[in-house]
Design a protein around this ligand. Structure first.
Ligand SMILES: *Cc1c(COP(=O)(O)O)cnc(C)c1O
Length: 412
């Protein structure tokens, strides 16, 4: 069904494929921590990966499974593991698959907390090279014999740089490197990283997939493209039990989720699963709003620069056009000198001053004073983040109301 039907139809009918009790339309919330077995052999078989089933909710729960199944279909991947947050997902991937003698190449344009956890891993002995991932040449230059993984985001936040997704995918394929792509900013509705040969696709379910800003969650999807059989960090015991293509995702479930414990609650899983049913509808509206608003802001005399892949002035505009269904719903802009950023933001009455993104409501945040404050002025300048930069996560409000809110605030 997943390959034949459209995006939304597939998600809407996803739970019923797993046949919930009484013909329920949604997989119910299973609160139980543990499951009981009449025959102890059945319990043993679950433990030894010989039978499907649930033993203890930290590493699997039917409500969470239903969401994982949905994400797998959205990404057209092979299998998914969900976590309590996007950050728990990213941490688990490193813990499960990478050793301290390994080298990882990561984009220098990363979500702030992703960059921060990577710094912690460097402090623990891992080698990570940060490169400008808008060109594969920088990835190639950083490659070493012990490189195991390349980690990029599709569209980076806040300045919307786009990674050289396709060329990096070919490079990873040629060198047997895990290609981990954080698809949060595009979501599987705008872009499927499997099309550029990603091995692992990360989504913060907190953002567009959940959409309502009411539940945290994260996921990693194995696209089925990576050759885990020849990957030497797979635990020998798993090789005996698991078929080769499932080795990577199983090790993430065991070492990352079961041992790390960043488990998604069943309540949050259901809230996200229901939110995801309208992902396509919300993205259509939010991307259209963002496109209109970006053009309005670009023409406004109070604004010096707008960063949005949908503008012709964006350095990767053509690539974004060829890869993504739409240009996304996130943008940043800088005020002209002499304008008080915080004062101007306070003039916005409809737009909420908030740090989230991917919400149904439009959210604005001054970047230098908040999410990139800890970096200090020097690193911000290096990263091209001006002191007056504002990040805007555009929601699904009526566009006339959004334009009106900005017009009133900016004209003051
Ligand atoms: C928000 C975000 C994360 C982290 O997700 P949480 O669910 O907040 O932990 C990771 N990557 C990107 C690109 C994000 O925007």
């Amino acid at each position: 069904m997943s390959t034949k039907k459209g995006f939304t139809t597939t998600i809407l009918h996803s739970d019923r494929l797993l046949k919930p009790e009484f013909g329920a339309l949604h997989q119910p919330v299973h609160h139980g921590v543990t499951w009981g077995f009449d025959d102890v052999q059945d319990l043993v078989n679950v433990f030894q990966n010989k039978a499907k089933g649930y033993a203890y909710s930290r590493q699997g729960n039917p409500t969470v499974t239903a969401l994982e199944h949905q994400v797998t279909q959205m990404e057209q991947g092979m299998a998914t593991v969900a976590f309590s947050t996007g950050m728990a997902t990213i941490t688990a991937i490193f813990v499960a698959l990478i050793k301290s003698s390994d080298h990882v190449i990561a984009s220098s344009y990363l979500f702030g907390n992703t960059r921060s956890i990577m710094q912690t891993l460097i402090d623990m002995g891992l080698q990570i090279s940060f490169v400008d991932a808008t060109s594969v040449d920088h990835v190639k230059a950083a490659y070493k014999s012990n490189t195991k993984m390349v980690f990029v985001e599709t569209i980076a936040n806040p300045a919307t740089q786009i990674a050289d997704l396709e060329a990096i995918g070919s490079f990873c394929e040629a060198h047997n490197l895990i290609y981990a792509v954080d698809n949060t900013m595009t979501s599987p509705y705008l872009f499927r990283p499997i099309t550029v040969k990603a091995s692992l696709v990360i989504n913060s379910l907190t953002k567009y997939i959940g959409g309502h800003g009411a539940a945290l969650g994260g996921s990693v999807t194995d696209t089925g493209l990576f050759n885990w059989k020849d990957f030497n960090n797979i635990a020998p015991i798993l090789r005996e039990q698991i078929k080769p293509q499932m080795l990577g995702i199983t090790q993430i479930r065991k070492r990352g989720l079961r041992d790390g414990g960043g488990t998604l609650s069943p309540e949050a899983a259901q809230a996200i699963a229901i939110g995801s049913e309208t992902l396509a509808l919300r993205m259509e509206r939010a991307c259209s709003n963002a496109w209109t608003l970006a053009h309005f802001l670009e023409d406004h005399p109070a604004i010096s620069q707008v960063y949005y892949p949908g503008l012709e002035s964006h350095p990767q505009h053509q690539l974004a056009k060829s890869w993504f269904k739409h240009f996304g719903a996130l943008m940043s802009f800088s005020f002209k000198e002499g304008i008080d950023t915080l004062k101007c933001l306070n003039e916005l009455k409809l737009v909420i001053k908030s740090s989230n993104l991917g919400d149904t409501r439009t959210l604005a945040i001054p970047v230098a004073q908040t999410i990139f404050f800890e970096l200090g002025a020097e690193r911000r300048a290096e990263m091209g983040i001006s002191e007056s930069m504002v990040r805007l996560s555009v929601g699904v409000e009526d566009i006339e109301d959004l334009i009106q809110d900005f017009r009133t605030a900016l004209d003051k």
